[in-house]
Design a binder for this molecule. Structure first.
Ligand code: ADP
Length: 519
């Protein structure tokens, strides 16, 4: 200690030092402690003075402390205590707190003392923990951003591939149609060549329509425009519709198409379930050369399992994860001309996700495949199907039926008018609700053919209502629409209304109109 300073002054300087200070002898007995130490540990002077310093340590460190003290005594120099280790102190109330301790040797005559400054590092540890947590959070956020960017890149690449394949597949039939049109102009006098070219054109148009329909389905599902409308419904009518739809094509391939009878009822969206099964049955028939395709419903305790089984070519196990990708076809590279487009199962995947329905596939090459969906069972029993009754009476027509065609697009209007005229109908045309009303006031009508979405937000339903208010509710109508959901609702309620889905197929459309007029 300094010779100029009195011991009292040194004592009072130590008392008012900012850190807790303590002085011990070689045996670890406390010779001095300042106010900060009492405040920090909750002891009084009497509790500590002349007692072992061990009471300031958590019990688990006390045994080791003796050895530490001896090591410090052997190599006395100023240094922090327990370098690299976390140090803890113990208050009088038993609670522990992290500390930083600096030791310095003091020689008092022949006595070797140790002075220690003790600093509570609780606050610093907290700040450090927060800093580490903040750094980790920032790192996690950076990771998420990187992953999001990678995902966006992959989505972009997928979109580019999607557009490239879609445009390729649309360009092929378009190209055929353009060439065939050139041929048609040159062979007008050759009936045989004319028919052949028209058949090819039909095929090309069919291919474009199928692809366009699939793309529209995907875009509607992607955009969230399709909202499932779950209800209890019987499976039998869905099966019956599929049987009617696919019986001919199965027969033409020499395949058995077995639709098992069922009284089961499910709770889901019947039209979306129908769309899933339509795609699965269509594939089963397409990829089966001999044998049978079977559609059946198997009741489970809480669900209905609907299976589409075939005895077809099967799918290699390694390919199964990819068959739901857009434009993916087993063994066919994209951008080659193919049968089908590889979109059916990607539509199925989107619908089952939307319906939250499980889809399973089991397949063996050369033996066949089984696709199954698992639907929730109906909440209530449904007894029989409500049969719709018809009160329509066939009109007596002395001459060709008169049709009012309402279409806002001039090119489509002209093409439809020509088709109807070529079929022998008398045709009047309109582009808006007002024009349709004007025609209806002037002319008797046997049927109305109207587009659903007209200009200025007018709809085909408005056309039908206003024409019927003039000419009577018996006027039959065909609603042409790509927007099936809204139109189907009207169809359920109206026996004199039919719906034609866009893009319309000439023969189907004329067949529909004919059957409507014959009712
Ligand atoms: P595609 O228009 O080619 O039928 P999908 O998306 O419906 O497109 O099916 C993707 C691919 O999965 C098909 O090209 C076919 O290779 C395979 N696949 C689907 N269903 C079956 C099945 N029942 N049997 C064998 N292969 C199938």
């Amino acid at each position: 200690m300094s010779e100029q300073l009195t011991p009292e002054f040194v004592r009072s300087a130590l008392e008012s030092a900012p850190d807790a200070m303590i002085m011990i002898d070689a045996a670890g007995q406390v010779l001095f402690a300042n106010q900060q130490l009492f405040a920090l540990f909750g002891y009084t002077r009497a509790d500590i003075l002349n007692r072992s310093v061990d009471i300031l340590l958590p019990e688990r460190f006390r045994a080791r402390h003796v050895a530490h003290r001896e090591r410090f005594a052997a190599e006395q120099r100023m240094r922090p205590m327990g370098q690299g280790r976390e140090l803890y102190a113990r208050r009088k109330d038993g609670t522990e707190f992290p500390v930083e301790i600096s030791l310095s040797p003091i020689q008092d005559g022949d006595k070797r003392l140790v002075a220690a400054a003790i600093r509570d590092t609780t606050e610093r540890a907290r700040v450090q923990r927060e800093l580490i947590a903040a750094r980790e959070a920032a790192e996690r956020a950076r990771q998420v951003a990187v992953e999001a960017r990678e995902l966006a890149d992959r989505a972009n690449q997928a979109k580019t591939r999607f557009l490239a394949t879609a445009s390729h597949d649309l360009r092929q039939p378009l190209q055929s149609i353009a060439l065939l049109n050139g041929t048609l102009r040159r062979v007008l006098d050759d009936r045989h060549a004319l028919e052949e070219a028209l058949d090819y054109q039909d095929q090309a148009i069919g291919a474009m329509s199928r692809l366009l329909n699939a793309l529209l389905d995907i875009s509607k599902l992607e955009s969230g425009a399709i909202k499932p409308e779950p209800a209890d419904f019987p499976i039998a009518p869905v099966f019956e519709e599929l049987r009617r739809e696919f019986a001919n094509v199965a027969q033409s391939k020499g395949l058995q198409f077995r639709v098992e009878s069922t009284c089961d009822c499910a709770h889901s969206d019947p039209s979306l379930v129908g769309q899933v099964l339509r795609n699965l049955v269509s594939n089963a028939i397409k990829y089966t050369q001999t044998g049978a395709v079977r559609l059946q419903s198997l009741p489970r305790p809480r669900s209905l399992r609907i299976e589409v089984c075939d005895t077809g070519i099967g799918i290699p196990a390694a390919q199964i994860p990819f068959i739901y990708d857009e434009f993916y076809q087993v063994g066919v590279s994209t951008n080659t001309t193919r049968d089908g487009y590889g979109l059916g199962l990607s539509i199925v995947r989107r619908i089952v996700n939307l319906l939250d329905v499980r889809l399973d596939v089991v397949s063996e090459v050369g033996k066949g495949s089984m696709f199954a969906i698992e639907l929730p069972r109906a909440h209530t029993m449904i007894h029989g199907e409500s049969k719709r009754t018809s009160h329509a009476t066939a009109p007596t027509m002395q001459q060709a039926p008169q049709i009012l065609l309402v279409e806002d697009d001039a090119a489509v209007r002209n093409a439809t008018r020509m088709l109807l005229r070529a079929e022998g109908y008398r045709v009047l045309t309109a582009g808006t609700v007002a024009e349709a009303q004007a025609v209806a006031r002037e002319h008797p009508l046997d049927a109305l053919v109207t587009d659903y979405h007209l200009n200025a937000d007018e709809t085909g339903s408005q056309v039908i209502n206003s024409v019927r208010s003039i000419r009577g509710a018996q006027v039959r109508a065909v609603l042409i629409t790509g927007d099936t959901s809204a139109a189907i609702q009207e169809l359920e309620q109206d026996e004199r209304l039919r719906m034609a889905r866009k893009p319309i197929h000439a023969e189907e459309f004329l067949g529909l109109l004919k059957s409507l007029l014959e009712r």
